[in-house]
Design a protein around this ligand. Sequence first.
Ligand code: CNA
Length: 259
Amino acid sequence: MTSEKAHIAAELLFTADSAVALTGAGISTPSGIPDFRSPKSGLWEGVDPLTVASIYGFRQDPQAFYDWIYPLTKLTVNAKPNPAHYALAALEDQGRLKGVITQNIDMLHTRAGSHVVYELHGHFREATCVHCFTVFDAEPIIQQFLLDHNVPHCSLCGGVIKPNVILFGEQLPIQTLMVAQDLARKADLMLIVGTSLEVAPASDLPMLAGRNGAKMIIINLEPTHLDNAATVVIHANAAEILPEIVQQMENIHEHDSQQ
Ligand code: CNA
């Protein structure tokens, strides 16, 4: 059954002219980074996300924010891309995907070799002083934080430094969002992977694509509210099913070129 669906998904990707992927935390769980909805991950236990992971919470109590984000930072720094990330990079290489729009902050798409990646919720590559707005390379700051657990401070003005990840209550990077929306509008196929589709405005992108007639493939462990609108829904592990879809596309290609 799953193989049949993988075959349909492969055919859709093979015949699409402007396919785009939308990914969420679920594509990175096989890399060891828990999503926000996984039970037992501990990331949300005993904390109110709207407080600790919000820009207001950050400004009020940066140490509480850094205490909360410590395990996620550690896992992210040590994580490696998994076969799902590599499959999307391969699809882009083969000219089958215009780009990846991601809600993830873990940078695993670019590390897997995807070139066109729109990181809607920011990333851990840079960090900014909330006082003087100087932007720093995040790597040495993160390494120091992983050693001492302390709130990083700006070397120029002493202000608190915040990683360039988007917190609740913060604007998304407007240019990135606009390009992503444009890509969605022009897409004839949207490949949605590992997202609960519950966080706006990322969750609006499939509707934007759908309004212009785009088809939808959804790959997610659990059902989403858009399953009914999709052409194919595969409830499976993205790290297993995406490589299978890429393989099926190669079979279609070989079959076509033999005829
Ligand atoms: P979410 O709401 O946690 O949903 C993730 C979805 O992925 C769930 O519906 C799961 O069923 C599904 N899922 C989990 N593992 C797999 C798998 N192996 N294969 C297929 N599906 C799977 O995450 P969203 O991305 O939808 O929510 C948006 C938030 C989560 C964004 O703000 C992200 O920045 C944030 N987040 C990002 C990361 C990361 O960068 N890796 C980690 C945790 C949270």
